[in-house]
Ligand binder design. Structure first.
Ligand SMILES: NC(=O)c1ccc[n+]([C@@H]2O[C@H](COP(=O)([O-])OP(=O)(O)OC[C@H]3O[C@@H](n4cnc5c(N)ncnc54)[C@H](OP(=O)(O)O)[C@@H]3O)[C@@H](O)[C@H]2O)c1
Length: 274
Protein backbone atom coordinates (compact mmCIF):
# COMPACT_ATOMS: atom_id res chain seq x y z
CA UNK A 1 0.00 0.00 0.00
CA UNK A 2 1.12 3.57 -0.73
CA UNK A 3 2.71 5.39 2.19
CA UNK A 4 2.79 9.08 3.05
CA UNK A 5 5.75 10.64 4.83
CA UNK A 6 5.06 12.86 7.84
CA UNK A 7 7.25 15.89 8.59
CA UNK A 8 9.14 13.74 11.12
CA UNK A 9 10.14 11.31 8.36
CA UNK A 10 7.81 8.59 9.71
CA UNK A 11 5.68 6.90 7.09
CA UNK A 12 1.97 6.15 7.46
CA UNK A 13 -0.20 4.13 5.11
CA UNK A 14 -2.20 6.36 2.77
CA UNK A 15 -5.51 4.55 3.34
CA UNK A 16 -7.07 4.57 6.80
CA UNK A 17 -10.47 4.26 8.45
CA UNK A 18 -12.97 6.86 9.64
CA UNK A 19 -15.31 6.43 12.62
CA UNK A 20 -17.92 9.18 12.34
CA UNK A 21 -21.38 7.79 13.27
CA UNK A 22 -19.81 4.84 15.04
CA UNK A 23 -20.67 4.53 18.73
CA UNK A 24 -24.07 6.16 18.21
CA UNK A 25 -26.15 3.01 18.56
CA UNK A 26 -25.24 0.42 21.24
CA UNK A 27 -26.79 -2.37 19.18
CA UNK A 28 -24.21 -1.67 16.43
CA UNK A 29 -21.20 -1.67 18.79
CA UNK A 30 -19.95 -5.21 18.06
CA UNK A 31 -20.42 -4.81 14.32
CA UNK A 32 -18.44 -1.56 14.36
CA UNK A 33 -15.64 -3.08 16.46
CA UNK A 34 -15.49 -6.02 14.04
CA UNK A 35 -15.34 -3.60 11.09
CA UNK A 36 -12.36 -1.68 12.51
CA UNK A 37 -10.60 -4.97 13.32
CA UNK A 38 -11.20 -6.23 9.79
CA UNK A 39 -9.84 -2.95 8.48
CA UNK A 40 -6.71 -3.35 10.62
CA UNK A 41 -6.28 -6.92 9.36
CA UNK A 42 -6.56 -5.64 5.79
CA UNK A 43 -3.86 -3.03 6.42
CA UNK A 44 -5.90 0.15 7.01
CA UNK A 45 -4.03 0.94 10.19
CA UNK A 46 -4.72 4.65 10.58
CA UNK A 47 -7.97 5.09 12.54
CA UNK A 48 -9.50 8.56 12.72
CA UNK A 49 -11.84 9.43 15.57
CA UNK A 50 -12.82 12.46 17.67
CA UNK A 51 -14.26 13.39 21.04
CA UNK A 52 -17.21 14.72 19.00
CA UNK A 53 -18.17 11.32 17.58
CA UNK A 54 -20.57 9.99 20.25
CA UNK A 55 -18.94 6.84 21.70
CA UNK A 56 -16.71 6.17 18.67
CA UNK A 57 -13.60 6.36 20.88
CA UNK A 58 -15.02 3.45 22.91
CA UNK A 59 -15.48 1.46 19.70
CA UNK A 60 -11.87 2.19 18.75
CA UNK A 61 -10.70 1.17 22.26
CA UNK A 62 -12.34 -2.23 21.88
CA UNK A 63 -11.04 -2.68 18.32
CA UNK A 64 -7.40 -2.02 19.22
CA UNK A 65 -7.45 -3.93 22.51
CA UNK A 66 -4.45 -6.29 22.54
CA UNK A 67 -3.11 -4.87 19.29
CA UNK A 68 -2.26 -1.24 20.07
CA UNK A 69 0.88 -1.35 17.96
CA UNK A 70 -1.11 -2.29 14.83
CA UNK A 71 -2.95 1.03 14.85
CA UNK A 72 -2.08 4.69 14.25
CA UNK A 73 -4.78 6.42 16.31
CA UNK A 74 -5.89 9.98 15.48
CA UNK A 75 -8.36 11.92 17.64
CA UNK A 76 -9.54 15.51 17.78
CA UNK A 77 -10.24 18.22 20.33
CA UNK A 78 -13.36 20.35 19.91
CA UNK A 79 -12.73 24.08 19.45
CA UNK A 80 -14.86 24.75 22.55
CA UNK A 81 -12.29 22.73 24.57
CA UNK A 82 -9.21 24.07 22.78
CA UNK A 83 -7.88 26.47 25.46
CA UNK A 84 -4.49 25.46 26.94
CA UNK A 85 -5.96 23.63 29.96
CA UNK A 86 -9.04 22.50 28.02
CA UNK A 87 -6.94 20.79 25.35
CA UNK A 88 -4.88 18.94 27.93
CA UNK A 89 -7.99 17.77 29.79
CA UNK A 90 -9.77 16.79 26.54
CA UNK A 91 -6.74 14.75 25.48
CA UNK A 92 -6.62 12.99 28.85
CA UNK A 93 -10.35 12.15 28.52
CA UNK A 94 -9.79 10.78 25.01
CA UNK A 95 -6.84 8.66 26.20
CA UNK A 96 -9.02 7.27 28.99
CA UNK A 97 -11.89 6.45 26.61
CA UNK A 98 -9.46 4.93 24.10
CA UNK A 99 -7.67 3.03 26.92
CA UNK A 100 -4.25 4.00 25.59
CA UNK A 101 -1.33 6.02 27.01
CA UNK A 102 -0.50 8.02 23.91
CA UNK A 103 -2.32 9.21 20.79
CA UNK A 104 -0.41 8.95 17.52
CA UNK A 105 -1.93 12.21 16.35
CA UNK A 106 -4.15 14.87 17.93
CA UNK A 107 -5.96 17.47 15.85
CA UNK A 108 -7.88 20.69 16.48
CA UNK A 109 -11.26 19.77 14.91
CA UNK A 110 -11.89 23.26 13.53
CA UNK A 111 -10.90 26.82 14.43
CA UNK A 112 -12.90 28.42 17.25
CA UNK A 113 -12.54 31.37 19.60
CA UNK A 114 -9.27 30.23 21.19
CA UNK A 115 -6.17 31.70 19.51
CA UNK A 116 -4.44 28.92 17.57
CA UNK A 117 -1.17 29.75 19.39
CA UNK A 118 -2.76 28.70 22.71
CA UNK A 119 -3.91 25.32 21.34
CA UNK A 120 -0.49 24.76 19.76
CA UNK A 121 1.15 25.46 23.13
CA UNK A 122 -1.04 22.76 24.69
CA UNK A 123 -0.20 20.34 21.87
CA UNK A 124 3.53 20.91 22.52
CA UNK A 125 3.04 20.25 26.24
CA UNK A 126 1.19 17.02 25.39
CA UNK A 127 4.10 15.92 23.18
CA UNK A 128 6.56 16.66 26.02
CA UNK A 129 4.36 14.67 28.43
CA UNK A 130 4.33 11.71 26.02
CA UNK A 131 0.53 11.87 25.64
CA UNK A 132 0.57 12.55 21.89
CA UNK A 133 3.20 11.85 19.21
CA UNK A 134 2.09 14.35 16.56
CA UNK A 135 -0.38 17.20 16.35
CA UNK A 136 -2.28 18.90 13.58
CA UNK A 137 -5.43 20.73 12.57
CA UNK A 138 -8.63 20.19 10.63
CA UNK A 139 -10.84 22.47 8.55
CA UNK A 140 -8.34 25.36 8.54
CA UNK A 141 -8.29 27.47 5.36
CA UNK A 142 -5.14 28.90 3.78
CA UNK A 143 -5.14 32.17 5.74
CA UNK A 144 -5.66 30.24 8.99
CA UNK A 145 -2.84 27.86 8.06
CA UNK A 146 -0.53 30.82 7.45
CA UNK A 147 -1.37 32.20 10.89
CA UNK A 148 -0.91 28.79 12.53
CA UNK A 149 2.38 28.17 10.71
CA UNK A 150 3.76 31.50 11.95
CA UNK A 151 2.81 30.80 15.60
CA UNK A 152 5.24 29.10 18.02
CA UNK A 153 5.01 25.35 17.37
CA UNK A 154 3.20 25.97 14.07
CA UNK A 155 5.92 24.33 12.03
CA UNK A 156 5.21 21.12 13.93
CA UNK A 157 1.70 20.84 12.43
CA UNK A 158 1.75 17.38 10.87
CA UNK A 159 -1.48 17.50 8.85
CA UNK A 160 -4.61 19.44 7.95
CA UNK A 161 -7.65 17.15 7.78
CA UNK A 162 -9.98 18.48 5.08
CA UNK A 163 -13.12 17.69 3.12
CA UNK A 164 -11.82 16.39 -0.19
CA UNK A 165 -13.42 14.18 -2.80
CA UNK A 166 -14.34 14.33 -6.50
CA UNK A 167 -17.45 16.42 -5.71
CA UNK A 168 -15.56 18.79 -3.39
CA UNK A 169 -12.29 19.84 -5.00
CA UNK A 170 -12.12 23.44 -3.72
CA UNK A 171 -8.92 22.86 -1.71
CA UNK A 172 -7.03 22.28 -4.97
CA UNK A 173 -7.16 26.05 -5.62
CA UNK A 174 -4.60 27.14 -3.03
CA UNK A 175 -4.91 25.18 0.24
CA UNK A 176 -3.68 21.83 -1.07
CA UNK A 177 -0.76 23.50 -2.93
CA UNK A 178 0.05 25.43 0.27
CA UNK A 179 0.12 22.20 2.31
CA UNK A 180 2.29 20.50 -0.33
CA UNK A 181 4.68 23.45 -0.40
CA UNK A 182 5.05 23.05 3.37
CA UNK A 183 5.49 19.24 3.02
CA UNK A 184 2.35 18.74 5.07
CA UNK A 185 0.13 15.78 4.13
CA UNK A 186 -3.59 16.41 3.90
CA UNK A 187 -6.05 13.90 5.37
CA UNK A 188 -9.05 13.68 3.02
CA UNK A 189 -12.28 13.23 4.97
CA UNK A 190 -15.65 12.16 3.52
CA UNK A 191 -13.73 10.72 0.53
CA UNK A 192 -16.98 9.16 -0.73
CA UNK A 193 -18.89 12.37 0.02
CA UNK A 194 -20.76 10.35 2.67
CA UNK A 195 -22.13 8.04 -0.01
CA UNK A 196 -23.32 10.88 -2.29
CA UNK A 197 -20.59 10.34 -4.88
CA UNK A 198 -22.48 8.82 -7.79
CA UNK A 199 -22.30 9.52 -11.51
CA UNK A 200 -22.68 7.44 -14.70
CA UNK A 201 -19.07 8.34 -15.63
CA UNK A 202 -17.86 6.86 -12.35
CA UNK A 203 -19.84 3.72 -13.18
CA UNK A 204 -18.39 3.40 -16.68
CA UNK A 205 -14.80 3.90 -15.46
CA UNK A 206 -15.49 1.40 -12.69
CA UNK A 207 -16.79 -1.12 -15.24
CA UNK A 208 -13.59 -0.83 -17.30
CA UNK A 209 -11.59 -1.76 -14.19
CA UNK A 210 -14.09 -4.34 -12.91
CA UNK A 211 -14.38 -2.17 -9.84
CA UNK A 212 -17.08 -0.10 -8.12
CA UNK A 213 -17.73 3.64 -8.37
CA UNK A 214 -16.59 4.05 -4.76
CA UNK A 215 -13.30 2.32 -5.57
CA UNK A 216 -12.72 4.72 -8.46
CA UNK A 217 -13.41 7.68 -6.16
CA UNK A 218 -10.91 6.37 -3.58
CA UNK A 219 -8.31 5.47 -6.22
CA UNK A 220 -8.55 9.03 -7.59
CA UNK A 221 -7.75 10.46 -4.15
CA UNK A 222 -4.99 7.94 -3.52
CA UNK A 223 -3.34 9.03 -6.78
CA UNK A 224 -3.08 12.61 -5.47
CA UNK A 225 0.28 13.58 -4.00
CA UNK A 226 0.51 13.85 -0.21
CA UNK A 227 -3.07 12.78 0.54
CA UNK A 228 -4.13 10.32 3.26
CA UNK A 229 -7.65 8.96 2.67
CA UNK A 230 -9.95 7.92 5.53
CA UNK A 231 -13.21 6.33 4.32
CA UNK A 232 -15.59 5.07 6.99
CA UNK A 233 -17.03 1.61 6.37
CA UNK A 234 -18.87 -0.83 8.57
CA UNK A 235 -19.97 -3.25 5.86
CA UNK A 236 -17.36 -6.03 5.39
CA UNK A 237 -17.88 -5.82 1.62
CA UNK A 238 -17.13 -2.07 1.68
CA UNK A 239 -13.99 -2.65 3.74
CA UNK A 240 -12.70 -5.21 1.25
CA UNK A 241 -13.49 -2.95 -1.67
CA UNK A 242 -11.78 0.02 -0.04
CA UNK A 243 -8.51 -1.77 0.55
CA UNK A 244 -8.58 -3.11 -3.02
CA UNK A 245 -9.02 0.45 -4.29
CA UNK A 246 -5.40 1.04 -3.30
CA UNK A 247 -4.39 -1.32 -6.12
CA UNK A 248 -6.52 0.41 -8.75
CA UNK A 249 -4.51 2.57 -11.19
CA UNK A 250 -6.58 5.11 -13.07
CA UNK A 251 -5.38 5.82 -16.61
CA UNK A 252 -4.86 9.22 -18.22
CA UNK A 253 -8.15 8.64 -20.08
CA UNK A 254 -9.97 7.88 -16.80
CA UNK A 255 -8.58 11.05 -15.26
CA UNK A 256 -9.60 13.13 -18.28
CA UNK A 257 -13.18 11.82 -18.08
CA UNK A 258 -13.32 12.50 -14.33
CA UNK A 259 -12.02 16.04 -14.85
CA UNK A 260 -14.87 16.69 -17.31
CA UNK A 261 -17.65 15.80 -14.88
CA UNK A 262 -15.90 16.71 -11.62
CA UNK A 263 -13.84 19.75 -12.70
CA UNK A 264 -10.99 21.17 -10.67
CA UNK A 265 -11.79 24.62 -9.22
CA UNK A 266 -11.36 27.58 -11.58
CA UNK A 267 -11.56 30.21 -8.85
CA UNK A 268 -11.05 30.52 -5.08
CA UNK A 269 -13.93 29.58 -2.80
CA UNK A 270 -14.65 29.40 0.92
CA UNK A 271 -13.42 26.22 2.52
CA UNK A 272 -16.21 23.63 2.38
CA UNK A 273 -16.77 21.53 5.48
CA UNK A 274 -19.81 19.50 4.37
N1 LIG B 1 -12.47 16.58 10.42
C1 LIG B 1 -13.74 16.66 10.14
O1 LIG B 1 -14.40 17.71 10.31
C2 LIG B 1 -14.44 15.44 9.59
C3 LIG B 1 -15.72 15.57 9.03
C4 LIG B 1 -16.32 14.43 8.50
C5 LIG B 1 -15.65 13.21 8.54
N2 LIG B 1 -14.41 13.10 9.13
C6 LIG B 1 -13.71 11.80 9.22
O2 LIG B 1 -13.64 11.22 7.91
C7 LIG B 1 -14.23 9.93 7.93
C8 LIG B 1 -14.85 9.57 6.58
O3 LIG B 1 -15.84 10.49 6.20
P1 LIG B 1 -17.42 10.20 6.33
O4 LIG B 1 -17.66 9.16 7.33
O5 LIG B 1 -18.04 11.54 6.51
O6 LIG B 1 -17.87 9.74 4.89
P2 LIG B 1 -17.33 8.74 3.76
O7 LIG B 1 -16.20 7.94 4.24
O8 LIG B 1 -17.19 9.57 2.54
O9 LIG B 1 -18.64 7.82 3.54
C9 LIG B 1 -19.07 6.89 4.48
C10 LIG B 1 -20.25 6.15 3.86
O10 LIG B 1 -19.81 5.46 2.69
C11 LIG B 1 -20.15 4.09 2.78
N3 LIG B 1 -19.06 3.31 2.13
C12 LIG B 1 -17.83 3.04 2.60
N4 LIG B 1 -17.13 2.30 1.71
C13 LIG B 1 -17.95 2.11 0.65
C14 LIG B 1 -17.81 1.42 -0.58
N5 LIG B 1 -16.69 0.77 -0.91
N6 LIG B 1 -18.87 1.42 -1.45
C15 LIG B 1 -20.02 2.08 -1.14
N7 LIG B 1 -20.20 2.76 0.01
C16 LIG B 1 -19.17 2.76 0.90
C17 LIG B 1 -20.27 3.77 4.25
O11 LIG B 1 -21.18 2.69 4.44
P3 LIG B 1 -21.01 1.57 5.60
O12 LIG B 1 -20.53 2.27 6.83
O13 LIG B 1 -22.39 1.02 5.71
O14 LIG B 1 -20.04 0.53 5.12
C18 LIG B 1 -20.84 5.09 4.78
O15 LIG B 1 -22.24 5.12 4.60
C19 LIG B 1 -15.24 10.04 9.07
O16 LIG B 1 -15.75 8.79 9.47
C20 LIG B 1 -14.44 10.78 10.10
O17 LIG B 1 -13.53 9.92 10.76
C21 LIG B 1 -13.80 14.21 9.63
Amino acid sequence: MKTITLNSGEQVLALGQGTWHMGENPSEFSREVAALRTGLDLGMTLIDTAELYADAELVVAEAIKGRRDDAFVVSKVLPSNASYQGTIKACERSLKRLQIDCLDMYLLHWAGMTPIAETLEAFQTLVQQGKIRYYGVSNLDTDEMQEAWAAPGGKGIATNQLLYNLNKRGIEWDLLPWCRAHTMPVMAYSPLDEGRLQHPVLDSIAQRHQASAAQVALAWLLQQEGVIVIPKAVSPEHLKQNVQAAQLRLTAEDLRELQQVFPAPSQPSRLQVY
